[in-house]
Each structure stands twice: as structure tokens, then as C-alpha cells.
Design a protein around this ligand. Structure first.
Ligand code: UFG
Length: 344
């Protein structure tokens, strides 16, 4: 019998990539998503149920109708400034809704969960690389709401047969190389998305938030991870739990950092388009440098990333954005890659 997986938020950016990979791997998938930011078009496999995790009646009905072997929990709010302005909504949508999901898991005997956490739980790390034992000191309601979900899952697992893998994502970008999936959200605010929009002349240029960081070129450094590799980490985590292995918290990133200037430069080179860059003050709360140690996830899950290349991340983002506008991206140069990933 095929294993049946519940994916909350499976119509969203990361969830939809994972759903596609689950389908390719032969899993039966039910997607539960309120489509507030996700889209039914992004669901390339499985059955989509449009519902909210706050609606316990519908959620229980879904659990009654299917015998899930595991839950992958993506559905969440994830905008940091929005979380500062609307903390109650963030604790409701992230923390309370995770509690709802755990109640269903508990009552219906589902004892494997993979949870989408974030590097934001570390706040402003004083040392790099960030390891799983770096203290968690989130500095905004988004990070705190995600950390409180981690505590919920861990406490409940201690008291039950639940086993979990909590993945703490670093900076996710890129799109499925086949061109079918990418970030649908209209209000892209993350660096690679904004830079691609600037290259495609959807905005006049890009601002660099801070040029006085203690980094080689004065701009902030982040660990950018391709969404397809992140999706693969979820399938690895699922197989890991299926083997009966113990719960884990794992950082998910390549362990390699790029500065804001380096990212903008690569977007200009790959797109072949120059655009204005304005240097402005730091954005409040931005740490200078956040890079993970990728040792544990590789060792524990046997995770083998295939898209570890900033140019490929930029290229797939640009290609996706151009396709969204109906333009076939042959005007941009496909990067020469150190490793050529296979498009499934
Ligand atoms: N940046 C600019 N100009 C822009 C956009 C971003 O200079 O137009 C800078 C930011 O100031 C920061 C860097 O680019 O120094 C990366 O910013 P992002 O907004 O792309 O990503 P963050 O590192 O701020 O945050 C991301 C996610 C969070 C998550 C965090 C975990 O957006 O949800 O990674 O590390 F919590």
C-alpha cells in the first residue's frame, strides 16, 4: 500500500516543490492549504483540500477520511516586518495552528511529523557557522512563533510516540528547473527575488540595506539554498523517520555565504541587464552574517544537494519570473555549472 502523507501549505512555494518530489517518489499526498498565499495551480500531484488549520472540524474530517502515515507541516505566516506589526496573527497562524495539527495527530495516531522551522530562531548569531547547538534567541515575533512550535512538538514528542524532524531553513531561493514551479507571491521581498525584479525592470532598481557591516565588502552575508535541494531534504527526512530513527533538529543550508553585493553582481551577469543600486541604511534587525554548518544534515539524513550554485539559483529564479510574464527565458545565459543537475 502506498504511504499517505498530509502536507499542510502544500500549495505554497516550498510545499509545492516538496509535493512534486513526493509524487515523483510514489507517495500518495493530500494537501491542506487555505490558498491565502499559495495557489491551486502549484499543486502538481495529490488531492488539494482548501481549508484552514484554524478550522478544527474540517481538519479532523480530513484526518478521519485518510490514514496518514506522516505529516509535513509548511503552512505558516513568514514575513518578519508583518510579524512585528501583527504578532497575535503570527502566534495564531503559526503556534496555535501547529497545536491544532498536533491534536489531530495525537487523536488519530499519526506519529511522524516534519516541521518547517527557520534560521530566524537563532536571532543574531554571534559566531558563524551556526550549528544546531547555537543558542536560540529569536529577535522578532516570526522567529519566536516558530520556536514556540518547535517547543510544542518537542514537548509533545517527549510525552508520546511522536517522532519529528525539525528543519531550520536558511535563505531559500530558486525555482524548479523544469519551469513548472516557483515563488508565486506577488510581494517578493527577499534579496534574490528583488534583484531579479530589478533586472526585469519591474522596479526601478534595488536598495542595499547597509554597507558598513563587518564583512569583506561591507554588505550582509547569507547562506542561499535552492528550493529543490530543500525539498529533497524533506524526502530524506521522511525516509529517515520511516526507518524508525530518532527525532532530529537540523539546519538546512549549504554552509556557504554570499554578500548582498555578490548576489546583485551575479543577477546582473546572469540576466545580462544592468540596473541601479542604491546604498541605504541597514534594515533594523539584520545580522551581518548568517551561515550554517551543513555537517549534521548531511551526516544524519545523507542529504546530497545538487543545486549548490548561486548562479543556478539566480538563473532558475529569473527564468521563472520571465515565464510568469509569458517570456521564454532564452535571452538570459544559462550558467556554466560545476555540477549539472538532472531535471526530473
Ligand atoms: N537585502 C537588501 N535589499 C533588498 C532585500 C534584501 O539589501 O531589497 C538584504 C537584507 O538586508 C539582508 C540580505 O539582503 O541583509 C538578505 O535579506 P532577505 O530579506 O533576502 O533574507 P533575510 O536573511 O532577511 O531573511 C530570510 C527570510 C526569513 C528567515 C531568514 C532566516 O526572509 O524569513 O532568512 O535566515 F527567517
Amino acid at each position: 500500500m502506498k504511504k499517505k502523507i498530509l502536507v499542510t501549505g502544500g500549495a505554497g512555494y516550498i510545499g509545492s516543490h516538496v509535493v512534486r518530489q513526493l509524487g515523483a517518489a510514489g507517495y500518495d499526498v493530500v494537501i491542506y492549504d487555505n490558498c491565502s498565499t499559495g495557489s491551486a495551480q502549484a499543486v502538481l500531484h495529490g488531492d488539494l483540500i482548501i481549508g484552514d488549520l484554524a478550522d478544527l472540524d474540517t481538519l479532523y474530517r480530513v484526518f478521519f477520511q485518510h490514514q496518514f502515515t506522516a505529516v509535513l507541516h509548511f503552512a505558516a505566516s513568514l514575513n518578519v516586518p508583518e510579524s512585528v506589526a501583527h504578532p497575535l496573527e503570527y502566534y495564531a497562524n503559526n503556534t496555535r495552528n501547529t497545536l491544532n495539527l498536533l491534536r489531530c495527530c495525537s487523536d488519530m495516531g499519526v506519529n511522524q511529523i516534519i516541521f518547517s522551522s527557520t534560521a530566524a530562531v537563532y536571532g543574531q548569531p554571534v559566531t558563524n557557522p551556526v550549528t544546531e547547538s547555537t543558542p536560540t534567541e529569536p529577535i522578532n515575533p516570526y522567529g519566536r512563533s516558530k520556536l514556540s512550535c518547535e517547543w510544542l512538538i518537542r514537548d509533545y514528542a517527549t510525552a508520546s510516540s511522536l517522532r519529528y524532524v525539525i528543519l531550520r531553513y536558511f535563505n531559500i531561493a530558486g525555482a524548479e528547473p523544469g519551469g513548472r514551479l516557483g515563488q508565486m507571491s506577488k510581494n517578493v521581498s527577499h534579496l534574490i527575488g528583488v534583484a531579479c525584479n530589478a533586472a526585469l525592470k519591474r522596479q526601478p532598481g534595488i536598495r542595499i540595506f547597509g554597507t558598513d557591516f563587518p564583512t569583506p565588502d561591507g554588505t550582509a552575508i547569507r547562506d542561499y539554498l535552492h528550493v529543490e535541494d530543500l525539498a529533497t531534504a524533506h524526502l530524506d527526512a521522511l525516509r529517515y523517520l520511516e526507518q524508525g530513527q530518532e527525532s532530529q533538529i537540523l539546519n538546512c543550508g549549504y554552509g556557504q555565504g554570499y554578500s548582498v553585493r555578490q548576489v546583485i553582481e551575479r543577477v546582473k551577469v546572469i540576466s545580462g541587464i544592468d540596473f541601479p543600486v542604491i546604498e541605504t541604511d541597514r534594515r533594523p534587525g539584520d545580522p551581518a552574517c548568517v551561515i550554517t554548518s551543513a555537517d549534521r544534515i548531511r551526516q544524519v539524513l545523507g542529504w546530497k544537494p545538487k543545486y549548490n550554485d548561486l548562479d543556478l539559483i539566480v538563473y532558475t529564479t529569473l527564468a521563472w519570473e520571465m515565464r510568469q510574464k509569458g517570456a521564454i527565458p532564452n535571452s538570459i545565459a544559462q550558467p556554466k555549472l560545476t555540477t549539472q543537475p538532472k531535471v526530473a
